[in-house]
Design a protein around this ligand. Structure first.
Ligand code: SF4
Length: 226
């Protein structure tokens, strides 16, 4: 049975924010504050390109879906993909689907576009995996991998949708709902990653002495019991 209904759905894109910092997520999604820095502006430009309806809809043998609407009633999230590539699959492949007016079976492969280069944390991977979990629920299939295209290196990296990553997605989706329910923005607490945060001038985090990192934060998510 679904855990959430339409009225409960939160923005999927917020999962990258909460994976980075709970306070950042709350400032953006509870308090609707947003400060554009160079990183977010470059990111928007890339997303506009990914959403461009005039781009080719075929890439070799693959079919390209752009800006596909997503929903998961298990995670309580809604949003859209940058790109989903549909790749021909052997008829025996259980992780494939049929598509109306297309012959054969197809595997779904989500692709997300990011500015910059791969980061040391896993926030981007968490977001892509959340998209995959929405697609799985919507199309009743399994998706084992996706890709993140990084503009700075003009290369895409493969993301394995492991159980560990899926557990992090479930954890962060639940944290979004828990915090949303309370309506209370967590207090500021300066961490090393605050330096690249687009909200640092609004957040005004305090001392820079704490050694806590995003990776430690993500790792702590694995200890969460559902
Ligand atoms: S400045 Fe630091 S504490 Fe404040 S929202 Fe950004 S990451 Fe979170």
């Amino acid at each position: 049975m679904d855990k959430y209904s339409d009225e409960d759905l939160l923005m999927l894109s917020g999962i990258q924010h909460i994976a980075f910092c709970e306070r950042q997520w709350a400032l953006i999604h509870l308090e609707q504050q947003w400060a554009e820095n160079v990183l977010t502006i470059e990111g928007q430009f890339l997303h506009e390109r990914a959403d461009d309806p005039f781009e080719d809809e075929k890439k070799g043998d693959a079919i390209i879906w752009r800006a596909l609407q997503l929903v998961s009633y298990n995670l309580g999230l809604t949003g859209k993909t940058d790109v989903v590539e549909l790749v021909k699959a052997p008829g025996t492949d259980a992780d494939s689907i049929e598509i109306k007016e297309k012959k054969g079976r197809w595997k779904l492969i989500p692709v997300e576009y990011k500015h910059g280069k791969p980061k040391s944390d896993h926030c981007d991977e968490v977001q892509l995996c959340a998209q995959a979990m929405c697609l799985e629920e919507m199309h009743k299939t399994n998706i084992r991998e996706g890709f993140i295209y990084y503009e700075a290196i003009r290369h895409r990296t493969r993301v394995d949708f492991s159980q560990t990553l899926r557990k992090q997605v479930e954890f962060f989706a639940k944290r979004m709902h828990d915090i949303y329910e309370t309506g209370i923005t967590p207090p500021s607490d300066f961490k090393p990653h605050c330096r690249s945060c687009s909200l640092k001038d609004l957040c005004l985090p305090n001392s820079m002495t704490d050694k806590f990192s995003v990776n430690e934060y993500l790792k702590n998510a694995l200890d969460y019991n559902f």
